[in-house]
Design a binder for this molecule. Structure first.
Ligand SMILES: [Zn+2]
Length: 219
């Protein structure tokens, strides 16, 4: 069951039209919505004039999200266009105390992938931190100044956690694999680590994301 709202959408062909798009999605009742998010088809609409498939982003609340060890969570999707406003505390609307905030559908897809794998997203963000701060090997370039390195969790493969790292080289995505045992060690000591810097700065809900501190550093 999904609540919807009429949204105005502007196509690249300059056609402006309205579509009913969800504002609340209960994943416990409609688990297929998670697959739509993972396939990049969530909120997808076709332009009535030119037929182009569009994937606009509007605020949406996901309830009933099964998050393994964390229980059942509510996730608030903040559109990518509102990233700066959200991070600077000027979103201009109240979020109803979500357990997690994600910015943009790709972050939502990543969060659902983490929870489907039965992982704790805070420990996954700590792994990302290790990936971006470890010394470069084999002359790996450090990221160009002012360019944000974005690490995203892609899944578990043969006892390893797979991450994509974008932003190291223009137009390239690096793949990193970390042993699951490393994750398990972090989880075993999670309580202590959560209280430490710098982990506390990006693991404190609701916006559990390494991108929180990188944005702070850039501003
Ligand atoms: Zn169009």
């Amino acid at each position: 069951m999904a609540d919807t709202s009429k949204r105005r959408i502007a196509c690249f062909c300059e056609k402006v039209f309205e579509a009913d798009l969800p504002t609340v999605v209960d994943l416990a009742a409609r688990p297929e919505a998670a697959d739509e998010v993972l396939r990049g088809e969530f909120m997808a609409v076709s332009c009535p004039a030119c037929g182009k498939r569009l994937t606009p982003e509007f605020p949406c609340r996901f309830t009933g999200v099964a998050a393994g060890p964390l229980g059942v969570l509510d996730i608030e999707l903040v559109p990518e266009a509102e990233r700066v406003a959200f991070l600077s505390g000027r979103l201009g609307r109240e979020l109803r105390k979500p357990d997690r905030v994600v910015i943009g559908v790709p972050e939502l897809a990543e969060k659902l992938t983490i929870f489907r794998a039965g992982l704790d997203d805070r420990a996954v963000e700590m792994l990302k931190f290790l990936l971006v701060t470890r010394p470069g090997r084999d002359g790996e370039p450090s990221p160009a100044t002012g360019r944000e390195v974005v690490v995203s969790f892609r899944g578990e493969e043969g006892g390893r956690l797979v991450f994509h790292i974008a932003g190291l080289r223009e137009g390239e995505v690096a793949v990193a694999r970390l042993e699951r045992a490393l994750y398990d060690r972090i989880v075993a000591d999670l309580g202590n680590r959560l209280a430490e810097e710098p982990f506390h700065d990006f693991c404190e809900p609701p916006y559990v994301s390494l991108r929180r501190v990188e944005q702070d550093g850039a501003s």
